[in-house]
Design a protein around this ligand. Structure first.
Ligand code: HEM
Length: 203
């Protein structure tokens, strides 16, 4: 038996990194649109007009790829069992002094919550983004609400993304390997996702 087990196939990894690249472009091009404090970031795109253009194109790529990512994992994401409820009750063990591991499937309950939130947020950011893009076609009150919601979701998504990047890199060593190369170590799979490990043929 080899030391590794497949976690994500090539198509899944390419899709995830498309989402990540378009998200980073949206973040850098959107910061200056969010507040004057960040106008310096416009320079990365050759000025404000360039940043707006990049934001629109990256937004289209993000909308499609992030929704595809959600739909791709939807089956595992939207079903919660007793082990997931246990995870929620102990808040994933993150507030406990002793490291705790749960009988998680392919994704733990926190990842499922994150995935579902990102799916909904992507849809809402997309809809509000289109309204903000062609404001003359919509009532003024709707455009104002749309600008507010777009900004609010942006802040929430950035906060979650900081947590996501931390947990998938330094927070849980060995996790990033799966998204980079496709495979994870068996010991990682057994520790973090024992139910999934059994399903894919681990002991
Ligand atoms: C540099 C940025 C990012 C890094 C390093 C990163 C890393 C990873 C890794 C390693 C996994 C696999 C986790 C596992 O095997 O359990 C993953 C999964 C995932 N990523 Fe990312 N990611 C990044 C950006 C993003 C962005 C921008 C999104 C936006 C929507 C995203 C959405 C997801 C989702 C939905 C999953 C599956 C569920 C989960 O693991 O939470 N990621 N990411």
């Amino acid at each position: 038996m080899g030391k590794y087990v497949e976690r994500f196939n090539t198509a899944e990894r390419v899709l995830h990194w498309f989402v990540a690249a378009s998200f980073l472009t949206l973040l850098l091009s959107g910061l200056g649109l969010y507040s004057r404090l960040f106008h310096g970031y416009f320079d990365l795109f050759g000025g404000g007009a360039g940043a707006i253009m990049a934001h629109k194109y990256a937004g289209a790529v993000f909308l499609i790829s992030s929704l595809m990512l959600f739909l791709n994992h939807a089956k595992e994401m939207v079903t919660f069992d007793e082990d997931d409820r246990k995870w929620f009750r102990s808040l994933g063990g993150y507030l406990s002094k002793n490291p705790e591991h749960f009988n998680s499937g392919k994704f733990n309950a926190g990842q499922k919550g994150f995935g579902i939130f990102m799916g909904i947020a992507t849809l809402l950011l997309g809809v509000t983004g289109i309204i903000n893009w062609i404001p003359a076609s919509f009532p003024r009150a709707l455009v104002q609400f749309s600008l507010f919601l777009h900004g609010l979701l942006f802040v929430a998504v950035v906060m979650l993304m900081v947590v996501h990047v931390y947990l998938t890199t330094i927070g849980n060593p060995g996790t990033l390997e799966g998204m980079l190369y496709g495979n994870v170590r068996r010991i990682w799979a057994r520790t973090h996702h024992p139910k999934w490990y059994k399903e894919v043929g681990g002991e």
